[in-house]
Design a protein around this ligand. Structure first.
Ligand code: SF4
Ligand code: SF4
Ligand code: SF4
Length: 263
């Protein structure tokens, strides 16, 4: 069980300002660190399976926006797989609707959990509508890692940004620092929470739950260290984009068919 009173005390002790809270992170990883993380909320009990070498992989995620139908299967699968609390999301789907004489309308009712009802603004004048699944981008240059005063969030050698639930004090600095609104404070664990690319699954050779659940193949996951991996081939050969490239966060979640108004 987490030591919540210690967490509350430390949170109060550091509750001053986010400025100056930056830690010299980025390369926090050490084998012992990953072991510690395996006992945290991001991991299944028991740690890594025998034979998993995080240095042997570099994972990436591709979302093909031409294929998404907004069904919400991915959101439901993520909720179930990761026991995500009500009204919080590790992944969500947004709907964009635009037309020549109307502003771009963006909505995401219940994170797209139940699909999308008719637009409140109606469809008159809509010339283009599409869906954009979102989640943590597992950025290579991560503001969320940089601001954590406890080094509880870190870059893993296989390309993921993870949270060590044993170290996290729930101060919420990382939640504020993420430009993609990908993090939240889990009301049950009182720690930072977000997409882990289903680390407990991928470290056992399984696909993330959302990828497995997607009926259209919109969501793809792969290892760019594998020269024969289809995701690596897409990244190498197709026109791909990332969310908010101006933030210089170097996301490892890539989009096919990304329109300029998506933010
Ligand atoms: S999307 Fe947000 S939470 Fe995820 S790695 Fe990037 S900055 Fe951190
Ligand atoms: S990879 Fe796993 S944790 Fe991340 S959005 Fe998909 S199902 Fe949720
Ligand atoms: S399951 Fe696939 S098609 Fe359905 S909303 Fe999610 S990404 Fe889009």
């Amino acid at each position: 069980m987490k030591d919540l009173s210690r967490r509350s005390f430390l949170r109060a002790a550091i509750g001053v300002t986010i400025v100056g809270a930056t830690s010299s992170v980025i390369s926090l990883f050490a084998p012992g660190k990953l072991k510690a993380a395996s006992a945290a909320t991001d991991m299944q009990p028991g740690g890594f399976p025998d034979g998993y070498d995080p240095f042997a992989h570099l994972f990436s995620y591709v979302i093909d926006l031409k294929k998404c139908i907004g069904c919400g299967s991915c959101v439901r699968a993520c909720k179930k797989e990761n026991d995500v609390p009500d009204e919080f999301y590790r992944t969500w789907v947004e709907r964009y609707q635009k037309g020549r004489d109307r502003p771009v309308e963006i909505d995401s009712p219940d994170g797209g959990l139940y699909g999308f009802p008719s637009s409140t603004a109606g469809t008159e004048g809509v010339s283009k509508a599409y869906y954009v699944p979102k989640m943590c981008n597992h950025c290579a240059q991560t503001p969320c890692v940089q601001v954590c005063p406890f080094s509880a969030t870190y870059l893993s050698p296989d390309g993921l940004v993870l949270v060590d639930g044993e170290r996290c004090m729930g101060c919420g600095y990382c939640v504020q620092a993420c430009p993609y609104a990908s993090r939240f404070l889990n009301p049950r664990t009182k720690t930072a929470d977000k997409c882990t690319w289903c680390y407990h699954r991928i470290s056992r050779g399984l696909r993330p739950a959302c990828v497995q659940a997607c009926p259209t193949g919109t969501r793809m996951f792969g290892d760019v260290k594998d020269p024969y991996d289809p995701v690596r081939h897409i990244i190498d050969t197709e026109r791909i984009g990332v969310l908010q490239p101006q933030m210089l966060t170097k996301p490892k979640c890539y989009y096919i068919g990304l329109d300029k108004e998506v933010r």
